[in-house]
Design a protein around this ligand. Structure first.
Ligand code: PXP
Length: 252
């Protein structure tokens, strides 16, 4: 039987990280989102953090207004973020854990330990017609908590697997891989839609794509980083051409 197709959600957070390094409007994550959509991705993901370190409120509003593919908003389960999500009405919300001091979303949500806090947020988002996913580790307790909370989707955190792969820790990578495999199968058996993301690159995306239960990957950091290498030569050529045009006017 042919497995279901695998969607790609492109996370544009780090376009905003580069923009924010200088302030101003360049590079614009909405322009990047449109480029990613033109290249064939299935949706755009953006994480509105409490500290607005990359994506800001205006980016979220513009993404919702200007892109013609589903917007998946990642956010912490706080009152402030819930109000923004209910106002913005993205296609989907992925609830993630958030710590101010972390560089990125280091682990999955403790859905099992935070049921009381998560339940009203999941309920309110669902009531507004927003597809809710929980970003969790692949442990059975977390997946079962997602089921109990009524979330229709889980996104499995692939960060520990990817780190182990990148750092050559083969035994840990294998253990993480087995956890992800079993978690994807368990989540699917409960009727959940299964997504995965964090730290994926070309090789790990190719590997995880063999799991037929997974129907969506959300990928950001690697894509934006690779875009520098795929695109820098072209932008240098554009710049040299601009300089040449200007210099030609000096002699005219
Ligand atoms: N999925 C979720 C829920 C995330 O929080 C992130 C990081 O913001 C990603 C996917 C993408 O991870 P990466 O940027 O490492 O590809």
């Amino acid at each position: 039987m042919k497995p279901p197709s695998l969607r790609l959600g492109v996370n544009v957070d780090h376009v905003a990280t580069i923009r924010n390094a200088r302030g101003g409007r360049h590079p614009d994550p909405v322009r990047a989102a449109k480029l990613a959509i033109a290249a064939g991705c299935d949706g755009i993901t953006a994480h509105l953090r409490e500290d607005r370190r990359h994506i800001n409120d205006d980016d979220i509003a513009r993404l919702k207004a200007e892109i013609d593919k589903p917007l998946n908003m990642e956010m912490a389960a706080t009152e402030e973020m819930l109000a923004i999500a209910l106002r913005t009405k993205p296609h989907a919300v992925c609830l993630v854990p958030e710590k101010r001091t972390e560089r990125t979303t280091e682990g999955g949500l403790d859905a099992d330990g935070q049921r009381a806090q998560l339940a009203p947020v999941v309920h309110a988002l669902k009531h507004a017609g927003i597809r809710v996913s929980l970003f969790v580790g692949a442990q059975p307790a977390q997946i079962e908590a997602a089921v109990a909370l009524g979330a229709p989707v889980v996104e499995l955190h692939t960060g520990a697997w990817c780190d182990a792969l990148n750092e050559g820790r083969a035994r840990e990578a294998e253990a993480e891989w087995q956890l992800l495999r079993a978690g994807a199968a368990l989540a699917k058996s409960y009727g959940l839609e299964v997504h995965a993301g964090h730290g994926l690159d070309y090789a790990s995306a190719e590997t995880i794509a063999v799991l037929p239960e997974i129907v969506e990957l959300n990928i950001g950091h690697y894509l934006i980083g690779e875009a520098v290498f795929e695109g820098l030569a072209e932008t240098v050529r554009f710049m040299l051409a601009a300089m040449e045009r200007g210099r030609a006017k000096a002699g005219a």
